[in-house]
Design a protein around this ligand. Structure first.
Ligand code: 13P
Length: 254
């Protein structure tokens, strides 16, 4: 079966003192969580320190973005090899904040994902529709196009390395989680698309849900057949809350 993956996306938050306070609380709380993958995507500035603090645990680190080029005159950018050098096992690409605020296209996301695989870093490829697109009845079509185009450069034999994050834009940072049913419907559509593109491997690719995931909502989301993990923003800044999300099995409320 697909191994659950719980990823913290810290976005542009946390400094070195806050990181140390976080890991000091979080690491003991998840010490026995050995049936899930735990990933922390910190700002670039903390990746080195994060790597030192999670050494010897099962927690893995991730970049929040990457530039597909190997090196060169790209002021302010970070290359895949630099993330590898920091010990990153994963990197997020195509987050909706980058798509909407910084104009990232599916083609650009596709280049990043392929460049990461060249460095043995697993891309977490984000897709998701806006509220306008959902209200216009276009959600599934939008997601399908994003999947097809953003994964256009992924070789079939490496497809299992990737992780998809379905993050409906209207649920990010709004406190408005998609219902488990709405999320499952999108995940099922994504799964079909992955199978069409990659054959049998499509069944083994993990699909995370993201958008206002909280300890109180994670169990029902994770109970859906095609939801294999969570990509967590706000709640992941709190070590207790993120640890409860990691222990999603014990968060059942009824
Ligand atoms: P929130 O959990 O804060 O809604 O953020 C979701 C997200 O964008 C994770 O990548």
């Amino acid at each position: 079966m697909r191994r659950p993956i719980l990823t913290a996306n810290w976005k542009m938050n946390m400094n070195s003192a806050e990181l140390t306070a976080f890991t000091g609380r979080f690491i003991p709380l998840v010490a026995n969580a050995d049936e899930v993958d735990i990933v922390i995507a910190s700002p670039f500035t903390l990746l080195d320190r994060l790597a030192q603090q999670i050494a010897g645990t099962t927690i893995q680190s991730a970049g929040q973005n990457v530039n597909p080029e190997e090196s060169g005159a790209f002021t302010g950018e970070i290359a895949p090899g630099m993330l590898a050098d920091m010990g990153c096992a994963y990197a997020i690409v195509g987050h909706s904040e980058r798509r909407t605020l910084y104009g990232e296209t599916d083609e650009w996301v596709a280049r990043k994902a392929a460049a990461l695989l060249d460095h043995r870093i697993r891309p977490i490829v984000c897709v998701g529709e806006t509220l306008e697109q959902r209200d216009a009845g276009r959600a599934l079509e939008i997601i399908e196009t994003q999947i097809r185009e953003s994964l256009a450069r992924i070789p079939r034999d490496q497809a299992e390395q990737i992780v998809i994050a379905y993050e409906p834009v209207w649920a990010i940072g709004t406190g408005r989680t998609a219902t488990p049913e709405i999320a499952q419907q999108a995940h099922e559509q994504i799964r079909k698309r992955l199978s069409a593109q990659f054959g049998e491997a499509g069944n083994r690719i993990r699909i995370q849900y993201g958008g206002s995931v909280k300890p109180e909502t994670v169990y029902d989301l994770m109970s859906q057949p095609d939801i294999d993990g969570a990509l967590v923003g706000g709640a992941s800044l709190d070590p207790e809350a993120f640890a409860r999300i990691v222990h999603f099995q014990s968060q059942r409320t009824q």
